[in-house]
Design a protein around this ligand. Structure first.
Ligand code: ADP
Length: 265
């Protein structure tokens, strides 16, 4: 705690007391540490794929290219690492844009239509399983108030995770229901689940439950922090419930548009 003291004088200049201003620096220090950790994390996450791409390219150039098996394996790895780098850069740019507090346009939009878009986008990647379900049928949903592109990003990030962390045979369900003036949207999966002690932290930037596994699966560790940021900027809240090996339910709220459907103004 930082304290500033100043004498308090009456109109004749006589000292009649003291003013003390106390500054609690813990919050400022905490934010500073979060910022430093973030920069360190970004540098590490950017450097790792570049280092390995460089190493593989050098090995190939030193003659390994003559071995077809090695050539193919390294080219695949280089391709994967480039994807990872490009996902990371996209997420970092998205965060920077959110941090810059540029005004985003918000308006009433049909979230049910977005649900169908998600079904089209994710059904093919789900292959035979996990199974993907919408509930209730999207046309029954009210209009919500927000930025369609950002809410689409939120849904993509949550669904990406649900499919990533749910093994074959599982199920992913996207559903929504009104809660007062808000609509709650939930992505439920029957996947690996999240340990209780990690639940509080998974919305932090770069936080991953299992670094090795997440790296293999190919995440950036930024998806959920982007979700939280967007939802809170819309006046909503994120929530998560999870049980190990049972699955997870990620949900968020978004304001229902006061404009009834088909009745603008
Ligand atoms: P990542 O890119 O690593 O998926 P996120 O910010 O999206 O980063 O998620 C942070 C961590 O939370 C993940 O690494 C994973 O450990 C955990 N997680 C997120 N969604 C799920 C889910 N549906 N099931 C199990 N674990 C999850």
């Amino acid at each position: 705690i930082q304290a500033l003291l100043a004498p308090l004088k009456d109109e004749t200049g006589r000292v009649v007391g003291t003013i003390a201003v106390l500054h609690d620096l813990t919050q400022i220090r905490r934010l500073e540490r979060v910022r430093q950790d973030f920069v360190a994390n970004v540098s590490h996450e950017l450097r790792t794929p570049i280092t390995s791409v460089k190493a593989m390219a050098e090995t190939l150039l030193n003659g390994a290219w003559k071995d077809n098996a090695i050539l193919l394996r390294y080219l695949r790895a280089i391709d994967q690492e480039s994807d990872r780098l490009s996902n990371l850069i996209n997420d970092l740019l998205a965060l920077a844009k959110l941090d810059s507090k540029v005004e985003v346009q918000r308006e009433p939009f049909d979230i049910g239509e977005l649900f169908y878009e998600m079904k089209e986008r994710f059904e093919p990647v789900s292959g035979e399983t996990p199974y993907f379900e919408l509930n209730p049928p999207a046309p029954e949903l009210p209009l919500v108030f927000g930025n369609r592109n950002q809410i689409k990003q939120v849904l993509i990030n949550l669904l990406d995770n649900a499919f990533k962390y749910t093994p074959a045979g599982g199920q992913v369900r996207l559903s929504a229901w009104p809660e007062g003036e808000m609509l709650r949207v939930a992505v439920a999966d029957t996947g690996v689940g999240i340990p209780r002690q990690d639940l509080d932290r998974i919305f932090e930037r770069f936080y991953r439950v299992d670094k090795a596994r997440s790296r293999e699966i190919g995440g950036t560790g930024l998806g959920l922090s982007i979700v939280k940021h967007i939802v809170e900027a819309h006046g909503g809240k994120v929530a998560v419930e999870s049980d190990i090996n049972q699955g997870s339910v990620f949900s968020f709220t978004i304001p229902i548009s006061k404009e009834a459907a088909g009745n603008p103004g």
